[in-house]
Design a protein around this ligand. Structure first.
Ligand SMILES: Nc1ncnc2c1ncn2[C@@H]1O[C@H](COP(=O)(O)OP(=O)(O)O)[C@@H](O)[C@H]1O
Ligand SMILES: [Mg+2]
Length: 244
């Protein structure tokens, strides 16, 4: 059966310059923190940025951004509220403190619905924060979001990288565009991950160290942007031409 929402999704996303999907396969490696900080940095640089939190189990970007009591408004669709210069959409608007007891096809349906109703308008970049896992949602993103580019996050752990390697292989097999890999929460010098990434023929974009000041800065974007964590993201942005 033809789903009319599919055509609408194309319409909704057509005025977006770049769609960057922050993913890993692995949880707890810093996807959400990096996605939200990246959105903040780009917004401060004057780009028109959107941030979409797609974590159906536990969205968290609102914590980083200090979002409280906001709701999107409705006007021929759902209009994302603006937070610190970012057009922001999250499942938290619909879930509140509950988690979503959704099965695979229902998640897929909710995802399509969200893309079909959200009016991003004109954006330079839309950043999508993905949940952990290499499953249906990843396949849905590939299927419904044309031109999505993947920014992959790993930790220095060989265990984390085993999952990341699988994700990279899957994305390549499916012909997805991979921007490259960022190594986050680095504590010790080691070129292990860089070598692994380069051996796979992918771009190693840079590393971000573990920064003990981050936790206290969550919810306070000015403090967050002053951390070494944010500075290192900015450096990675400057060193790579990916967002120019
Ligand atoms: N470089 C870092 N330094 C310090 N804390 C970090 C760093 N990266 C992420 N964190 C913290 O680690 C936890 C997991 O990060 P999160 O972004 O939620 O991971 P994911 O979205 O991949 O599950 C969060 O508490 C986050 O603030
Ligand atoms: Mg997350």
């Amino acid at each position: 059966m033809l789903d009319p929402r599919l055509t609408i999704i194309g319409e909704r996303l057509k005025s977006i310059g770049q769609i960057i999907v922050v993913s890993s396969g692995k949880g707890g490696v810093g996807k959400s923190l990096i996605a939200s900080t990246l959105a903040l940095i780009l917004a401060r640089k004057g780009f028109r940025v959107g941030l979409l939190d797609l974590d159906f189990t536990s969205p968290t970007t609102h914590v980083t951004l200090g979002v409280r009591g906001l709701q999107p408004s409705e006007d021929k669709g759902v209009v994302p509220p603006e937070v610190h210069g970012i057009k922001y959409m999250s499942l938290i608007f619909y879930l509140g403190d509950r988690t979503s007891p959704l099965r695979g096809p229902e998640i897929s349906n909710a995802f399509i619905e969200m893309l079909a109703v959200t009016r991003w308008g004109s954006l330079d970049m839309l950043i999508i924060d993905m949940p952990p896992g290499i499953g249906d949602l990843m396949l849905d993103v590939l299927k419904y979001i044309r031109g999505a580019r993947f920014l992959i996050i790993t930790s220095p752990s060989r265990m984390a990288f085993e999952t990341v390697r699988k994700l990279l292989t899957l994305l390549r097999d499916l012909g997805a565009e991979i921007i490259g890999v960022i190594e986050n929460m680095k504590m010790e010098d080691s070129a292990h991950i860089r070598r692994e990434v380069e051996a796979l023929g992918e771009r190693f974009l840079g590393e971000i160290h573990f920064d003990g000041r981050v936790e206290n800065a969550l919810g306070d974007v000015d403090a967050l942007l002053k951390t070494d964590f944010a500075k290192e993201i900015e450096k990675i942005l400057e060193e790579n031409v990916m967002w120019r």
